[in-house]
Design a protein around this ligand. Sequence first.
Ligand code: GTP
Ligand code: MG
Length: 425
Amino acid sequence: MAATDLERFSNEEKRNLSLGGHVGFDSLPDQLVSKSVTQGFSFNILCVGETGIGKSTLMNTLFNTTFETEEASHYENAVRLRPRTYDLQESNVHLKLTIVDAVGFGDQINKDERPIVEYIDTQFENYLQEELKIRRSLFNYHDTRIHVCLYFITPTGHSLKSLDLVTMKKLDSKVNIIPIIAKADTISKSELHKFKIKIMSELVSNGVQIYQFPTDDEAVAEINSVMNAHLPFAVVGSTEEVKVGNKLVRARQYPWGVVQVENESHCDFVKLREMLIRVNMEDLREQTHTRHYELYRRCKLEEMGFKDTDPDSQPFSLQETYETKRKEFLGELQKKEEEMRQMFVNKVKETEAELKEKERELHEKFEHLKRIHQEEKRKVEEKRRELEEEMNAFNRRKVAVETLQSQSLQATSQQPLKKDKDRKN
Ligand code: GTP
Ligand code: MG
């Protein structure tokens, strides 16, 4: 097809045609549903809230089952993320549900939200790595990206703790946050009303973006907009069954009365279940993929040097980006190599100079010692000469004395002979 034909064809308006009879593509939605049902679904919930706030109880109440739970100690060294995955089935729909607990969060000194952020990012990174593989298997990939973060607020009746605000602010661009007031049976109705207003105004004034139930789908727009006005939901959890009238209901029983979990005038549990599971589960999954993961992916790819258009608005080329990055990398490598070589040469020079200095010092020391030694030697030599002279003088004196002694001896031995001669004469 010639270029002009192509242009004309793409510029042409689409025309509506009527079909002569039933073709069958109206079954596409059914095909989609059937395929999804066969594949099964995954849904991942992150529970953030202080130890003992009622996270596990609420999960059990929400899914009407008993998940394995172990109480967290108040003395954890750091915040630890504990994911647990369960296979659930309702009718013919399979749900791979992962519940992630932020163990130790909010306890004494473990007030750190960083492990939570890192965990969310790691799940995005795993998905991105799978996407970037040459042989991808996203079809049966176990998607562990967090679809919703249930943020458990302590029912103080005052205001949000700064830890809550900081944590939610750090998480809001990474995950859909649904704030809930836990153990709502411990706060009175009027206090709860004021508390809800206070929380929402604090979230707004601190720029925390919580998940808004979508209002663009006509079928759920009304219920979702009504529910948005009820946030944060004040919930009560319990797996205990209590007889009310002639019905067994899940409730918390107190000496003064019974708090029914599923009674909408007692708490917002039903609203939460409706919004989280029955109406917006798919939207939460979609938002995770199209908003939060997309943002992570974009930042990550930009960090790696990929961009959609270059400054001259040329189309994006993976090959070019790769080449540029490779050149940059090689250039940097060369620079580093040169720096290291220079560093090595300098080090050798320094060591050489140090060694020379040491050699010079040693030489000087040697010369000094040599001089001392020569001086000592000269002194000893002088002493020896003096001693020799003294010895010679002594010997000379000795010889003289001996000569004198022998002469005097001779003289004394000749004297009697002379006397005898004189006498004879
Ligand atoms: P860790 O996992 O150890 O951090 O605790 P958790 O947040 O999972 O709390 P858990 O569900 O184990 O509940 C702790 C205690 O709070 C238990 O004694 C629950 O019975 C009680 N509890 C749970 N939900 C509620 C509630 O809605 N109201 C009241 N009053 N107590 C609750
Ligand atoms: Mg628990």
